[in-house]
Ligand binder design. Structure first.
Ligand code: GDP
Length: 456
């Protein structure tokens, strides 16, 4: 019998594990950061969400659009796992594996899906779209991929879990029964068209035949990696302010994005989940509805959107853009236990006369708040209290060393460190890997300097 495993988070050879999370409302540029460091890890684990997440990973000349599979998959020999806290669309996963294979990346023996992960079915997608339509003005802005309804079934204790992928007979029976229930809701509550059950069951079972060998006990595999001295990267999807508990509920995703979920989802001891690297943009964006006190609906907002290419990767929807919100960011640092920050897209602020940062909120009756309220309707009414910093005329774009940054840009980074109380250990100055500055001496900063070789 296996005893309680010995867990070493920081050892003489550096960190043994690290969690990377988005610190805002998603789209912070986690893809680039994870891409830079993933090669130094022996295992990479996704722990929340489903194929609503994702980014494009460049590896050599090849580009991979990944939504479910952790980006570590492009590095030979890296074990990639999907935790129990995820919702997995079997068809989407098979398509992604096919996309990887077309470009010469085999997942064989390296991709493991938790047998306890929730299965996302074709009817979940139909329900997501129908429910979002029914919300009208109050819509959440979901990606319409069925993530919310799948998590709802998990909480209702009627979800199908991934171990069924290894038992096609039972899977077909259970999937048909659950999708029939979904169809009743689609037709009677939403007046929507029912999903063709025969075809849907067939598609799920066909995907199951391909995925069956990849289903197993994720925690056991990660503990083995750890026991052999390997490093593990936990990759969070979305962002802390979209967390179902601590985000701007109800304008949130349906799972927890907090690093604590990494242990829960992967079934490993919490102490095995290492320091937390938060990724934040040098300004703020959000997609869909919900509070956003620093939103700019003027020419500056438009400029951030254009320069930052702030349009949804799958939907093409323009993102809402605004100044950096240090109140929301400080809250994210607290609830996620962010130890160090990667600040991305600093170059997007180049050339502005001044740069503003929200340092508090004001409620219109003279009251100041220094934390976001739990009540999102009250949050919607708050106004930002800004500190204004001088802009910079030089260019930070492409800088690879702090000495190459305009003075104003360095001052801005230091102001954010002061306001958030955590070191900025990585500054991203462009989309390419080499357009990166490593700085700071904390443990995470030192670790990054050791593992990030010469990018590009
Ligand atoms: P993610 O899902 O968190 O990776 O975020 P996105 O899907 O929004 O990806 C960020 C986008 O910004 C990608 O197209 C990146 O290539 C790009 N990007 C990342 N870092 C930087 C940066 O420092 N500067 C600029 N200009 N673009 C960046």
């Amino acid at each position: 019998m296996m005893g309680v495993p010995e867990v070493v988070v920081v050892s003489s050879d550096g960190m043994r594990s690290l969690v990377v999370v988005g610190g805002q409302w998603g789209d912070e540029g986690k893809g680039k950061v994870v891409d830079l460091i993933a090669g130094a890890f022996d295992a990479v684990a996704r722990y929340n969400g489903g194929h609503n997440a994702g980014h494009t990973v460049r590896y050599g000349e090849r580009r991979f659009a990944l939504h479910l599979v952790p980006s570590g998959i492009v590095h030979d020999g890296t074990l990639c796992v999907l935790g129990a806290g995820m919702v997995v669309d079997p068809e989407a996963l098979v398509a992604e594996i096919g996309h990887l294979a077309e470009q010469g990346v085999s997942v064989e023996g390296r991709l493991l899906v938790s047998e306890r992960a929730t299965l996302l079915l074709p009817t979940h997608r139909a329900l997501d779209l129908a429910r979002e339509r029914a919300r009208g003005q109050g819509r959440i802005g979901t990606t319409g991929r069925g993530i919310g309804p799948a998590y709802q079934d998990l909480a209702s204790r009627r979800a199908l879990r991934a171990f069924l992928l290894t038992d096609p007979g039972r899977l077909a029976e259970r999937a048909r029964a659950l999708m029939a229930e979904h169809n009743r809701e689609l037709e009677s509550l939403h007046g929507a068209e029912a999903v063709d059950l025969g075809r849907a069951v067939e598609a799920v079972v066909a995907a199951a035949r391909e995925l069956a060998p990849m289903v197993g006990d994720v925690g056991k595999a990660l503990l083995r990696t750890h026991g052999e001295g390997g490093r593990i990267l936990f990759e969070g999807a979305q962002g802390i302010l979209l967390d179902v508990f601590h985000g701007t509920y109800p304008f949130v995703t349906s799972s927890s994005c907090l690093p604590g979920l990494a242990a829960v989802s992967c079934g490993v001891p919490p102490r095995m989940v290492g320091p937390v690297l938060g990724v934040m943009k040098a300004y703020t964006t959000r997609v869909g509805g919900g509070p956003f006190p620093t939103e700019l609906e003027d020419a500056v907002g438009e400029r951030l959107r254009e320069r930052g290419a702030e349009f949804g990767t799958t939907t093409g929807r323009p993102r809402r853009c605004g100044w950096f919100d240090a109140v929301a960011a400080r809250y994210a640092v607290r609830v996620a236990g962010i130890d160090a920050l990667a600040l991305t897209k600093l170059d997007v602020l180049d050339g502005l006369d001044e740069v503003q940062v929200a340092v508090a909120y004001e409620d219109g009756q003279g009251r100041r708040l220094d934390v976001p309220p739990g009540d999102s309707e009250a949050f919607e009414r708050l106004r930002p209290v800004y500190e204004t910093f001088p802009g910079w005329s030089g260019s930070s774009a492409g800088a690879t060393d702090e000495v190459d940054l305009p003075e104003g840009a360095v001052a801005y980074v230091r102001q954010l460190e002061r306001l958030l109380g955590v070191p900025v250990v990585l500054v991203s100055t462009g989309p390419r890997r080499r357009e990166t500055i490593l700085r700071g001496d904390g443990p995470v900063g030192r670790f990054l300097r050791r593992i990030v070789g010469s990018p590009d």
